[in-house]
Design a protein around this ligand. Structure first.
Ligand code: COA
Length: 485
């Protein structure tokens, strides 16, 4: 909380110089006056050397990353997730795409004939698009201008592709020593470092698949794109951290997020369990109560909770026909007695087999079966209402349809409707991170090369004549196809 003193410091500029100071200055010797005049403006304003807090109402002083210029060489999902988030935070994201082709996702999984797909539009909002053939001589010149102009280059090409374009770290660092070069790769240094990687490969190599699914079934991938979008989020953190370090180091650096590492980071509780296995069975896993011995690796645990409070997905009214009529139910210890009352088992509150958490662990199947008898008498929303009153941690299994229609998510901007000039309205996920002084506005994704001329002229300062030369050079044309012999 702001102290009285701090509050006074953040008063509008007009109040920064108290009337008494004026008279004090008048009385001072000339030298002192000169010295005061040389003081940095921020220091004299704030007394701490820090910039003066702005006086505009919250949300009206610009966006958090305003002024940050991103040279966006990303494609598919991982990199675009990162740069879209930076764009939501206010960065100017200039997406470089191959002329005539663009990001491959523009045409993947198309729902509207001939139009940019949802795969593309939902990952590239709030960006600008410039098409440049990075292998054309003039194209390379434009890229050099962009390297000089931008703060961050973000890419997620296959290993070596950026170097093959001539954009090596040495070249970039020499051309613009302040530039941060951020990359997603499938793997870090090691036996697989040269491999191309997509989402599910990362889920499988990062520990997620081996720990997802049921014990008696095969490894499973999850619908959440923890390899692609998850690594994009990791990269975004790396970028803003490097930007912060640059404020005092004055220089750029390389930021790398490997998808395997990102998935493993998100699976760290399973690495926790791997080490716990050395000290005995994992008692919160259903298989413990079922008497099934543990092997030497963290097993798949179905819908068991990954934490210290046992939980399960339980059927609710209508489960026979509705694939999402289920609720996640956590038997959190502090509310155990209330749970006993709700499900009609008041004697479990004191019974030695059920009263304390350790006694319950070998009986989880029996306990959840009993709770499920109760949840099956309620819809997932009715159950939620009853349980919430007693602070039981639980959540309905919400379908994508339900989420798309959820008005509270619309109200917070987590789900946004965006209008697109060619394909019409579509839903997108807005910024899931809310900053009180930097509200995100989600703009539609750009058409392929929509901002090419705008960027050449306004950002890079090319004259009309130079822009014509660039057009004539072939740098903006699709690469020539070599005829098969
Ligand atoms: N002008 C000319 N060429 C361009 C270009 C442009 N504007 N933009 C891209 N290219 C070229 C690159 O130079 C490269 O060519 P090269 O291999 O001849 O040097 C090529 O297009 C793109 O290469 P690549 O990244 O290998 O694409 P891909 O479609 O074969 O592979 C991935 C896709 C995702 C598997 C791969 O990029 C990858 O492993 N990326 C890292 C991990 C990752 O992010 N995976 C998740 C994706 S969601």
């Amino acid at each position: 909380m702001a102290t009285k003193k701090a509050k006074a410091k953040s008063k509008p500029r007009t109040n920064a110089k108290p009337a008494t100071k004026k008279s004090a200055v008048k009385k001072s010797a000339k030298k002192v006056v000169q010295f005061q005049a040389k003081k940095p403006a921020a220091k004299s304003a704030n007394g701490s050397g820090l910039p003066r807090p702005n006086t505009k109402p919250w949300g009206q002083a610009g966006l958090a990353l305003q002024g940050v210029k991103i040279l966006d060489f990303t494609h598919v999902q991982s990199g675009p997730t990162c740069t879209q988030l930076l764009a939501y935070m206010g960065a100017d994201v200039i997406k470089v795409e191959r002329p005539g082709v663009g990001d491959i996702t523009r045409t993947q999984l198309r729902d509207v004939k001939g139009q940019d797909s949802l795969y593309f539009t939902m990952l590239n909002g709030s960006k600008r698009s410039i098409t440049i053939d990075s292998k054309n001589a003039k194209g390379k010149e434009i890229l050099e201008r962009l390297v000089k102009h931008c703060d961050v280059l973000v890419e997620n090409f296959a290993p070596g592709a950026l170097d093959r374009m001539g954009l090596t770290w040495d070249y970039i660092n020499k051309t613009n020593p302040r530039m941060i070069v951020a990359s997603v790769k499938g793997f870090g240094p090691g036996p697989y470092e040269d491999c191309k990687v997509y989402e599910n490969v990362a889920q499988c190599t990062g520990g997620s698949a081996s720990t997802t699914g049921f014990r008696d079934g095969p490894p499973l991938v999850t619908g959440a794109q923890i390899g692609d979008s998850g690594t994009g989020l990791h990269l975004a953190l790396g970028i803003v951290t490097a930007l912060y370090q640059r404020t005092h180091s004055g220089q750029g650096q390389r930021v790398t997020a490997a998808m395997q590492d990102g998935v493993l980071n998100l699976c760290r509780v399973k690495l926790r369990d791997q080490q716990r296995l050395d000290h005995g069975p994992l008692k919160e896993y259903s298989q413990f109560g079922e008497g099934v011995p543990f092997g030497d690796a963290t097993p798949r645990a179905g819908n068991d909770s990954g934490g210290g409070q046992p939980g399960r997905i339980l059927k609710c009214k209508g489960w026979e026909t509705d694939p999402n009529a289920y609720i996640y139910f956590i038997t959190q210890a502090p509310v155990w007695e209330k749970i006993c009352d709700v499900i009609g088992e008041p004697t479990w509150k004191t019974h030695p087999d059920y009263a304390k958490p350790p006694a319950r662990l070998p009986r989880l199947n029996e306990i959840f079966a009993r709770i499920e008898q109760w949840t099956m008498t309620k819809t997932k929303f009715e159950a939620m209402e009853v349980l919430n009153k007693d602070d039981v941690p639980c959540g309905p299994i919400l379908s994508m349809k339900e989420l798309a229609e959820d008005q509270s998510l619309r109200a917070t901007g987590t789900i946004v409707e965006v209008d697109h000039p060619e394909r019409g309205k579509y839903l997108s996920v807005g910024n899931p991170i809310k900053l009180s002084d930097s509200p995100s506005e989600v703009k539609r994704s750009p058409l392929l090369g929509e901002h090419t001329d705008e960027i050449l002229r306004q950002v890079l300062g090319f004259s009309d004549h130079q822009v014509k030369e660039i057009h004539d050079s072939g740098a903006l044309d699709p690469p020539q196809k070599v005829a098969a012999e």
